[in-house]
Design a binder for this molecule. Structure first.
Ligand code: SF4
Ligand code: SF4
Length: 347
């Protein structure tokens, strides 16, 4: 196998394979318990692929794809080894070597055919003229009521969203290792969205538009906080930090400030803010290993239940979906998107 994408990480891999400091925080390691499930173990496999000591195999591909890209390892790593980036490169090399999941291939075809990850031709963007470009993202586009709710919230607080007919930001193509496809998609995306400053609704899209496209991105909660009036909802809840929002974009206090301002009494959950525990929905494992995703989701919902709050609030559509499923299995807690709570306060 030619390790075309892994090559640039040789030095970082050399550091990581001698370490293992971060393993305890990894949600995948916590569930599966093998060294090869944590960051260092995966780094050893990637290093083996790079040096040619290991031949690519389904076993290695399964291990490399079992990562939620939660970046907990990166947060704990003193030499700042970018494990999620390294695994992303390893995935790209594995895809080039023919190790492709059918579900991932299907998603890439969906994006190319319909512009959205679901391959749903009925998914439409609520196009409108306005002043500030707002990017909705596939997950919210597939939940039209929630997308419209965010737009109504923005309008109610005096922001005029400019919404164009969207295509996927391309994160799934990149994250699942389809680099050639992503390269072409990126050009198309930039032509459609040439703006430097944008607002994004979905934390994952926001993080990717910032990191890969270099956009000056504001997450919708940052804008809402600037304009929202005080209210007194009198709700008790806990807040789940989406990894992409807290660890990548450092947006930690803004959603909490909004909730406090509208009268939500917040109870902090175990593993919050920069050390937030992954919901289990990232990195493509929802498609390649749903059972693992469910297990991680159940751990997180249990942590939410243990706060004693009757509700967990999150601004991420994927976290919301995974936690709702986990709550249905574990019981005893309501999961809400932050937009529902904000709208309640505004109306
Ligand atoms: S990611 Fe960092 S902390 Fe974790 S094993 Fe590698 S070098 Fe050590
Ligand atoms: S990104 Fe998260 S799931 Fe992946 S290796 Fe690091 S801690 Fe584990």
């Amino acid at each position: 196998m030619i390790a075309k994408y892994l090559k640039e990480y040789e030095n970082e891999l050399n550091i990581c394979i001698r370490c293992a400091y971060c393993f305890e925080g990894c949600p995948v390691f916590k569930e599966l318990g093998w060294e090869s499930d944590g960051a260092r173990g995966k780094a050893i496999l990637a290093y083996g692929l790079l040096t040619g000591e290991l031949k690519p195999s389904k076993y290695i591909a399964d291990k490399i794809f079992q990562c939620t890209y939660c970046r907990d390892c990166l947060e704990r790593c003193s030499p700042s080894v970018k494990i999620p980036e390294i695994l992303c490169a390893a995935r790209a090399d594995l895809v080039d070597a023919g190790f492709v999941y059918e579900t991932h291939k299907g998603m890439v075809e969906n994006v190319k055919r319909t512009g959205n990850i679901f391959g749903d031709e009925e998914v439409t963007t609520p196009v409108q003229e306005g002043e500030i470009p707002v990017y909705i993202g596939c997950q919210y586009l597939a939940r039209p009521n929630q997308a419209k709710l965010y737009i109504r919230i923005l309008e109610k607080i005096g922001v005029k969203p400019l919404i164009k007919n969207e295509i996927c930001c391309g994160f799934p193509l990149y994250a699942l290792g389809f680099r050639e496809e992503f390269k072409k998609w990126k050009t198309k995306f930039i032509e459609l969205f040439p703006y430097k400053e944008m607002i994004a609704l979905c934390p994952t899209c926001a993080a990717f538009l910032h990191e890969e496209y270099g956009k000056e991105i504001k997450h919708v909660t940052q804008i809402i906080l600037e304009h929202i009036p005080e209210a007194n909802l009198g709700i008790k809840a806990t807040y789940h930090d989406p990894c992409d929002l807290s660890r990548v974009l450092n947006i930690i206090e803004e959603p909490r400030e909004i909730l406090k301002k509208i009268g939500v009494k917040l109870v902090e959950i175990e593993r919050s803010k920069k050390t937030s525990y992954c919901c289990g929905g990232g990195g493509g494992i929802l498609m390649s290993n749903v059972e693992l995703s469910d297990r991680i989701g159940k751990v997180r919902i249990r942590q939410a239940i243990d706060t004693g709050a009757p509700m967990v609030i999150t601004p991420c559509p994927t976290c919301e979906q995974v936690l709702k499923k986990a709550a249905a299995l574990e019981g005893n807690i309501v999961v809400r998107n932050i937009s529902d709570i904000i709208w309640k306060a505004l109306s």
